[in-house]
Design a protein around this ligand. Structure first.
Ligand code: COA
Length: 337
């Protein structure tokens, strides 16, 4: 178990580490955690991805890496791989083989949106997503996804109401004020505080929800028309221990039928040679993996977003708001997607 707190309110992406080189918590602009535990932190997998302007109160518990295969004969961890390995390091008996077969559903990531407020002593089970603008009441146990702008309380957390009417929620999610500069937020703060509805009406334009078609988007729609499932991931090249190669290798060996994986390069700062080396790497693995410069049009066609520890996954989830898509975390077995 690791304890985290990050009380500073700061712009930019922040990362909190329990292990070197691979963050356990990634926080967007301004977000903070008063104090939280990430439980069963016995490997680099568990991860909390937090959007911008999120307030995480005291005594939170994130239960990650708890995906035991209770449908097997035994609940007991007889798996010497991954986090199972730690239990056998000083064991006087012969540990089970490293390639012990397992069906462990190892849900390892919690995803929290922008402008979320999580009350004190909330427990969040990994594998779940909390939408933009949601409020989680004190002591709740979040055991399923919480929709945007919902207020959820209790154990299991259930939605008791929404912060605003559906039209205002839709407009606020299109405006995405959390991407504004602080200057622009301060300029409009009074209106934001006094009247969310008026704020939403003033700053919403239908163009915010439009996306011009492009070549890669057309290709993806063509694939979907043939029943192909679209997996999308954003290349996490900025990370010290990027996961994109693992994602590509897992996808290539997963036996997933009728599926294509599309990697988007969102950063825009890589050289042509580096981009080509990524293309070469994935082409050697599978002809069902494509690498492209970022295309919002293609992203919006995603069926399954394969998330990483990089903040770009939070941006992709925000862009996909309102779409019907699943998330799959890079450390979870992709074969179960
Ligand atoms: C979730 C919350 C924001 C709702 O506030 P609210 O809109 O004023 O809610 P109400 O008091 O009107 O309660 C609405 C209903 O939810 C119930 N409820 C409210 N908060 C609850 C909670 N944390 N757990 C269980 N039930 C709760 C109320 O009993 C009431 O039930 P009823 O309709 O059967 O009478 C608030 O109750 C809360 O938990 N805030 C977190 C406080 C905190 O942890 N602060 C830490 C510092 S940031």
């Amino acid at each position: 178990m690791a304890k985290f707190n990050f009380m500073k309110i700061m712009p930019g992406v922040k990362e909190l580490y329990a292990y070197p080189d691979s963050p356990t918590v990634t926080l967007g602009d301004m977000s903070y955690i008063s104090e939280g535990d990430v439980e069963n932190l016995v490997g680099e997998g568990p991860h909390i991805l937090i959007g911008k302007f999120a307030e995480i109160a005291l005594g939170e518990r994130f239960l990650c890496g708890q995906g035991k295969d209770y449908k097997s004969t035994m609940n007991f961890i007889l798996d010497a791989r991954g986090y199972g390995a730690q239990f056998y390091t000083e064991c006087p008996i012969l540990p089970p083989p490293v390639n012990f077969p397992t069906r462990m559903a190892n849900y390892d990531q919690v995803i929290i949106g922008n402008d979320v407020w999580i009350g004190s002593h909330v427990t969040i089970l990994a594998g779940h997503r909390i939408g933009n603008g949601a409020v989680i009441g004190a002591n709740a146990v979040v055991a399923k996804d919480i929709p945007p702008y919902a207020i959820a309380v209790g154990n299991p957390a259930r939605v008791i109401k929404y912060r605003f009417d559906p039209e205002t929620i839709r407009k606020l999610q299109a405006i995405r004020w959390w991407n504004w500069s602080l200057e622009k937020i301060y300029e409009n703060l009074q209106l934001m505080v006094d009247s969310p509805e008026e704020f939403a009406n003033r700053f919403y334009f239908p163009e915010l929800e439009e996306c011009p078609p492009d070549e890669i988007g057309n290709l993806v729609r063509e694939l979907k028309s043939h029943g192909i499932r679209i997996f999308t991931s954003i290349l996490d090249l900025e990370m010290k221990k990027p996961l994109w190669k693992k994602i590509a290798e897992d996808f290539a060996t997963s036996n997933l039928k009728d599926s294509v994986l599309i990697f988007h390069e969102m950063d825009g700062n890589i050289s042509r040679e580096q981009f080509q080396s990524i293309v070469d790497f994935v082409e050697d693995l599978s002809q069902n993996i494509i690498v492209t410069k970022f295309s919002k049009d293609a992203l919006l066609e995603t069926d399954v977003l394969v998330t990483t520890k990089a903040f770009s996954s939070s941006i992709a989830i925000d862009l996909l708001n309102g779409k019907d898509f699943k998330t799959w975390y890079a450390h979870d077995p992709i074969s179960l997607a």
